[in-house]
Design a protein around this ligand. Structure first.
Ligand code: FPP
Length: 255
């Protein structure tokens, strides 16, 4: 990983020479299990290869100058998987932080973790805090790690914290705004994702960044996460750059 370029360069050229800014990409890294099954491998093998793919995609994202990448690594619903798989995913997170943190730090990448930490074992919580603290002053790409994350849980926690302030009289009900809710989400201070990529052919959000994705563009590809590569990433970004984002308004052509 090399230190990423100035964020001002984080635009992708359109075919006609114009540029569509893409600051933030969300990755739903689906299909590790199916990829492994198709090869007669275990689901753990699939996740292990998924981590290799993740490393390559982080390097690529840094190289092309993305400002934010959010990775859906473990959802609040993933606890419903067999215990062996859950503990393997926990060990994979440990491996990722222990082995990759220094490379990530060297590449000037800042780590932010979103999700409910209370539900995680203290050793993992500690590792996540260390990763955030080590990289907090980095000025390059921000890697947002969604771990034990679910959007409904995130929104519920935000609403609860506002409700507490209303109950104590610290804020009036009429003072509750979209900005206030956004500020109480785990992603406070992070721009909404421009593009959400989901691998493996499923076309749903699965409780990922539901508030933040209100106007995100979606890109679905058939390939499973372990085979998602630089070319596939570039193809998704090129597809994004041809989209017209209206945010509920009208096309410039229609005005
Ligand atoms: C979904 O594929 C993937 C996950 C639940 C885990 C994603 C994890 C990685 C990509 C490895 C990196 C992990 C960490 C913790 C940094 P799936 O297993 O649901 O695939 P399937 O739908 O084919 O069964």
């Amino acid at each position: 990983m090399t230190a990423n370029p100035d964020p001002a360069d984080s635009v992708l050229p359109l075919p006609d020479g114009k540029a569509a800014p893409v600051r933030h990409v969300g990755l739903i890294m689906d299909g590790n299990g199916r990829w492994a099954q198709a090869r007669g491998l275990s689901r753990s093998d699939g996740h292990r290869h998924g981590l290799d793919s993740l490393r390559r995609m982080i390097r690529h994202a840094v190289r092309i100058g993305l400002e934010y990448v959010t990775i859906y690594s473990f959802s609040s619903e993933n606890w419903n998987r067999p215990e062996t798989e859950v503990s393997f995913l926990m060990s994979l997170l440990r491996r990722f932080v222990q082995r990759d943190l220094s490379e990530i730090h060297q590449a000037n990448v800042r780590i932010r973790v979103i999700g409910d930490r209370e539900g995680l074992e203290p050793g993992i919580r500690q590792l996540l805090v260390e990763a955030e603290q080590l990289t907090r002053a980095n000025s390059g790409m921000t890697l947002v790690v969604a771990f034990n994350y679910g959007a409904r849980d995130e929104i519920t926690r935000a609403v609860r914290s506002i409700a507490q302030d209303v109950a104590t009289g610290a804020i009036e009900p009429d003072a509750v705004t979209q900005e206030m809710i956004g500020d109480r989400l785990d992603t406070s201070g992070i721009p909404d994702p421009d593009l959400i990529i989901r691998t493996s052919g499923e076309m749903r959000l699965s409780n990922f960044l539901m508030w933040q994705a209100a106007y995100s563009e979606f890109y679905f590809c058939e390939c499973h996460w372990p085979e998602f590569d630089e070319a596939a990433f570039d193809k998704a970004l090129a597809d994004y750059s041809s989209r017209e984002r209206r945010f509920g308004g009208l096309s410039a052509k229609a005005l």
